[in-house]
Design a protein around this ligand. Structure first.
Ligand SMILES: [Zn+2]
Ligand SMILES: [Zn+2]
Ligand SMILES: [Zn+2]
Length: 319
């Protein structure tokens, strides 16, 4: 059943989103969830009531009862959060539901993965956008956000960064944090697991036939930098609304030949920034059915991984 079409469903069948959010739309209830999330274990009625700090025990009891069953449960030792309640509190802490980061643009001491010059980052509501003043970046200046076209700078994608990730970090530390979050997302993606909801991802390979394999600048047809980067993959979640486009290489992120190669090169696949990873290129072996290869150009040799139309590895070569 579509999650947005559960009507007035009762808790036994799972909650409709409207019903779930209506249940949460109260200060006392949010405070109850927050107090339980902070506790080390179950909390007894009187203790919880005092921590939430309202006078009227009848009112407190009413709100507690409304949350019971889906967001929290009563045990012999007191009240404790259920997974849904814990997720609500975690979403609030991440800031994604409530916070607007202050937009700002700064140069940081990190190299552009393409030309090596220092990059600039901008804090946006989606994360940390990367720009280069010296080259056209991976996507040029074509990026539009809402009504606004971001200025003429080489855009190289946005690192995911929930508002809370900026707290207590310099922009440079935030950049490294965003890179870790992106790398982990790519590992999920490479295993066909949605990083958001855990459901299965499906993938569609797209080869840009107008790509200028020898040229530089940005391809008019697909919006990605020219050169041997003509294979992209669109991944979509079979449950939630997640859609991610991106380079074929992201699909190989959690495959063992690639991870082994990176480790051998002294690179940590979880923490490495784009500039710290080897450069790469694509190779189309066959258009229909699709067969392609991804090459990483390491210090002394190149790793080539060939995949079929299901993105299963068909060949691994060092050359
Ligand atoms: Zn650059
Ligand atoms: Zn293209
Ligand atoms: Zn999903």
């Amino acid at each position: 059943m579509d999650r947005f079409d559960r009507g007035e469903s009762e808790p036994e069948e799972g909650l409709s989103p409207e019903y779930a959010f209506a249940l949460l739309g109260n200060e006392v209830r949010m405070s109850i969830l927050h107090e339980l999330a902070k506790a080390d274990g179950p909390v007894r009625f009187n203790e919880l009531w005092s921590r939430v700090g309202i006078q009227d025990s009848g009112r407190f009891n009413y709100h507690l009862g409304e949350l019971e069953g889906h967001f929290l449960r009563k045990t012999d030792d007191g009240y404790t959060l259920l997974e849904a309640g814990r997720n609500v509190v975690l979403a609030v802490y991440s800031g994604v539901l409530t916070d607007y980061p202050d937009r700002r643009m700064e140069q940081i001491d990190q190299p552009c993965p393409l030309c090596g010059d220092r990059i600039e980052v901008e804090v946006t509501h989606r994360g940390l956008a990367r720009f280069c003043l010296s080259c056209s970046g991976a996507f040029g200046s074509r990026i539009v956000e809402g009504e606004r076209t971001i200025a003429e700078r080489g855009y190289s994608g946005t690192l995911p960064l929930p508002p809370a990730a900026l707290g207590g970090r310099t922009l440079e530390e935030a950049y490294r944090t965003g890179q870790v979050l992106l790398n982990l997302r790519m590992m999920h993606r490479s295993c066909s697991v949605c990083h958001h909801c855990g459901a299965r991802l499906t993938h569609e390979v797209d080869i840009c036939e107008q790509h200028d394999l020898e040229g530089d600048g940005i391809c008019d047809a697909c919006g990605v930098m020219n050169g041997p980067y003509q294979i992209s993959v669109l991944s979509q979640c079979t449950n939630c609304t997640l859609r991610m486009g991106g380079d074929l290489g992201y699909m190989l992120y959690a495959r063992s030949p690639w991870m082994a190669y990176l480790l051998e090169e002294g690179i940590n696949p979880v923490t490495a920034t784009a500039a710290e990873r080897p450069s790469w290129s694509h190779e189309v072996i066959s258009m229909d059915p699709f067969e392609g290869a991804f090459r990483w150009h390491g210090k002394d040799d190149t790793l080539r991984i060939a995949v079929d139309d299901q993105l299963e590895v068909t060949d691994v070569t060092r050359m």
